[in-house]
Design a binder for this molecule. Sequence first.
Ligand code: ZN
Length: 188
Amino acid sequence: MRQSKLQAGLDRDEAIARAASPHVWRPEPWENEHGREFIVVADETVGAPAFAISNEANAEHIARFDPAGMGSIFTAMRKVLDEHRNKGGYCDTCRHYDYAYDYDPVPYPCPTVQALEAIYAADPEPRYYTVLVTWSEEDGEHVGICPAFPSLSYLAPGYFDALQGIHQLVQDTIADMNSRGEELPEEV
Ligand SMILES: [Zn+2]
């Protein structure tokens, strides 16, 4: 089954949160040449400010949605998704209570899943590309390639290193192109 925008968006946002400072973030007033600003402190051990902001409400908001705070939201979302799974085109939890006092199945995505999907509705559709690993006689190494991105290749002695290398390269390229608003190539 293809990964939904919701799954792709959750995976991406979790990866972003995992990469950020894991400590509890807190806003702190900070007097400087601009007057009173706020810093969001993200590192308990060295007290390193993550960034300065001029508005206290913004600082509080950012600190509230620190990686730990977002983590608990992601966990809750995954629990809800886990409970509302697609079973043969119907939600395996939701039921309509009909006039005959029967419980009718509810087509998937049920309203609960649709509510979560709305969070990522504006995201681009996830794209899928074939990657291949072949042996390069010329280099004496494995080479990972992606036919949709003919300019990309990744050489490695080991098969799995070549596979992982081309996979990462394609992901980085897609992220780059998305950030520049460029059109992604069609799968070939
Ligand atoms: Zn449901």
